[in-house]
Design a protein around this ligand. Sequence first.
Ligand SMILES: NC(=O)c1ccc[n+]([C@@H]2O[C@H](COP(=O)([O-])OP(=O)(O)OC[C@H]3O[C@@H](n4cnc5c(N)ncnc54)[C@H](OP(=O)(O)O)[C@@H]3O)[C@@H](O)[C@H]2O)c1
Length: 284
Amino acid sequence: MRILVLGHRGMLGSDLTEVLGRDHEVNGVDIGEFDMTSEADCIRVVEEFKPGVVVNAAAYTDVDGCETNRDACFAVNAEGVRNIACACRASRTKIIHYSTDYVFDGTKGEPYVEDDPCLPINVYGESKRKGEEFLVELAENHLLIRTAWLYGRQGKNFVKAILAKARDEGKLRVVDDQVGSPTYSVDLAQATKLLVERDSRGTYHVTNRGVCSWYQFALRILEYAQVSGVTVEPIRSDELIRKAKRPAYSVMSNRKFMEATQRAMRPWQVALNDYINAQSHNHR
Ligand SMILES: NC(=O)c1ccc[n+]([C@@H]2O[C@H](COP(=O)([O-])OP(=O)(O)OC[C@H]3O[C@@H](n4cnc5c(N)ncnc54)[C@H](OP(=O)(O)O)[C@@H]3O)[C@@H](O)[C@H]2O)c1
């Protein structure tokens, strides 16, 4: 397959480029080479690379920043997706796009399935939902993958933040009343490859398996990284001042993915352990 990865320098985009590149011809562009808020740019890159599949991993991902930069956030996460869909329309190019658990309000209390009603509670979630709507409306051949709590090798993430804070301050306060499924971007890239190769269409939820709170996640990070002597205090979300509200319950069911691919995602603890080992190996 000839694949164009949009946002190929981002956390997910870089892993997608590597994983898809093992068996397919992959090109990538990112901000600097193209701006998805420009329809002309989107048309230009699709005409230039003539991909059979466009994988869009570009997005405005600063969740708190979206609260104060609503227009910029919608320009990328909503109108940007419309631009890509329009650019792919004439050539009927397939689009793979990513969305988030934050399209849900987090009150369901059991794993969200693909057709549960969306009710975002922050601007980022609203913008991602609008992007989903554009995709479904404009791209006949699309695959929409919702994921959550991503961490990976490129860029900032929760794992790196916890390890840096533990090292610098020796004391952590971590939210214990939001639960979800931490997901390694390499695992998500591999799951994407499976879905693309079997030409899956429609919406799929894909996260690593299992559930924890941010507090429980932090404890495992320290354990696997063999960091000791750090105090970790569980706190409530309302004790942490942040611009964007987060859903309390962010768990999504992988059932549809498992039925389609006959494969299960790895438990989040196994993936995390792998990630931490790979990171420490790289730093040796
Ligand atoms: N991270 C998570 O926890 C998480 C959770 C659920 C879903 N997702 C979704 O997963 C996907 C990948 O997320 P990620 O965390 O890998 O993102 P990321 O690391 O922030 O990468 C996004 C890339 O898109 C680029 N970009 C931003 N605005 C652009 C524009 N106007 N035109 C072209 N490129 C632009 C970014 O450049 P700059 O870095 O220069 O801005 C960056 O290289 C996104 O759809 C995101 O919504 C992420």
